[in-house]
Write a protein that binds this ligand. Structure first.
Ligand SMILES: *Cc1c(COP(=O)(O)O)cnc(C)c1O
Length: 405
């Protein structure tokens, strides 16, 4: 069934506002997506009608809230086809999920152990591993990119070895849109005896994720890029991987027994959810998944790709403009620069016309170095974007270029 984009847009109240006297063209979805009424209403309704702290409750509101919170966990489970709800840990976002894994592995890392990343990783999937380098002597290795922005799989294969402990790769690049070959990377890494983590912060909203088919050890999601709230994300871990992983934070809920001279830990997922979790946000995450799941993801991909392709072909006509990232099957993320103009100036001028794009290093400085630049401008597309957004973007870009050159 084709998507009714106007009907979808009407569910996002923010899309009705104007910016600088122009209709908003929100093309900063890779940084954070807007939220539909259904998600906003769900969190508000939960707080108004059935709210208390979760777990161990012996009263009605505690039980109802726990049911909704654990229900959200099941929704995340099904969203990525995880084998059980116990394999899903709620975190405060993608960043915390990766830090949780890196910190939990730290004590098992010996000097010279190797961690393989790709050149296009987001800082969230770099810096936690740098901690292991700085503090535990791990060696970071960087899988290089081919000309089109895809990972050089031959070079990656060569990097794997008996010292490889972890391969941590973005399932989709937030700058280039590149989709990595998750199954192949996992199979190769497992052959070498390494664990595999995919940063799915971008992929989650665009691709059909099946963690059992990929066979990865860890998979990371963030809700605020899937039309959900901020402050909540999820880490999937294979049961045996979670069993081996040391707990990240200590506190309530994650323990079994606490005595003055010893402590034992609860099972996953609770072992990794110390303290009161972001309850309403988790429930909002579940609602966002339900909202998104009513649509055919292939139809969404087709729609988003058509917007991307329309913008990309118009940009190709602009003198001095370079687009970064042409890997086959890439996501709807369009990074570019224009000779002689700083990307920040592009973004600021586009804003005058109500067009929201991002400019900067996009938390991917090693990639910027690889591209030979310090910043790019980036337009990224969501299900609620339409042709008018693309046209506003292109028209504003021509005006901005005329003003700046
Ligand atoms: C946004 C993003 C992150 C960080 O996720 P947060 O939930 O914002 O912490 C990590 N990796 C990639 C690829 C991202 O796009």
């Amino acid at each position: 069934m084709p998507l009714d984009i106007e009907a979808i847009r009407s569910q996002f109240p923010i899309l009705r506002r104007e910016v600088n006297g122009r209709p908003l063209a929100y093309l900063d979805n890779a940084a954070s997506a807007q939220k539909p009424d259904r998600v906003l209403d769900k969190m508000s309704e939960q707080a108004r009608t059935a709210y208390a702290n979760v777990h161990r409750g012996l009263h009605t509101l505690a039980n109802e809230t726990t049911e909704a919170y654990e229900g959200a966990r099941s929704k995340v489970q099904h969203f990525i086809n995880a084998p059980s709800p116990e394999t899903i840990i709620f975190t405060k976002g993608g960043t915390e999920a990766i830090n949780l894994v890196a910190a939990g592995l730290a004590a098992d890392i010996s000097p010279g152990d190797e961690i393989i990343l790709s050149v296009y990783e987001h800082h969230s999937n770099i810096v936690p591993w740098h901690f292991l380098r700085e503090r535990h002597g791990a060696v970071l290795k960087w899988a290089p990119l081919l000309e089109d922005g895809s990972i050089d799989m031959d070079a990656f294969r060569e990097m794997l070895g008996p010292r490889t402990r972890m391969v941590a790769i973005g399932h989709m690049s937030n700058v280039l849109g590149t989709v990595s070959d998750a199954k192949e990377i996992t199979a190769l890494a497992h052959e070498a005896g390494a664990q595999v983590l995919f940063d799915g912060c971008q992929a989650g909203v665009h691709l059909d994720i099946d963690v059992q088919d990929i066979d990865c050890d860890f998979y990371v999601l963030t809700a605020h890029k899937i039309y959900g709230p901020t402050g909540i994300g999820a880490l999937y871990g294979k049961p045996e991987a979670l069993k081996r992983l040391r707990p990240y934070q200590g506190g309530g809920e994650m323990i079994e027994i606490v005595e003055t001279d010893r402590v034992t830990y609860n099972e996953a997922p609770h072992k990794f959810e110390a303290g009161t979790p972001p309850i309403l946000q988790a429930i909002g995450f579940g609602e966002a998944i339900d909202w998104l799941s009513q649509f055919d993801k292939q139809a969404i991909r087709d729609h988003e790709h058509a917007l991307y392709a329309r913008a990309s072909s118009e940009l190709a006509k602009v003198n001095g403009l370079t687009e970064f990232g042409h890997a086959p099957g890439k996501g709807p993320i369009l990074s570019f620069s224009i000779e002689g103009i700083h990307p920040h100036d592009i973004a600021q001028l586009l804003d005058r016309y109500g067009v929201a794009v991002r400019a900067g290093h996009h938390c991917a400085q090693p990639l910027m170095t690889h591209l030979g630049t310090t910043a790019t401008a980036r337009a990224s597309f969501a299900v609620y974007n339409n042709d008018a957004d693309v046209d506003a973007f292109i028209e504003a870009l021509h005006k901005a270029r005329g003003m700046l050159l």
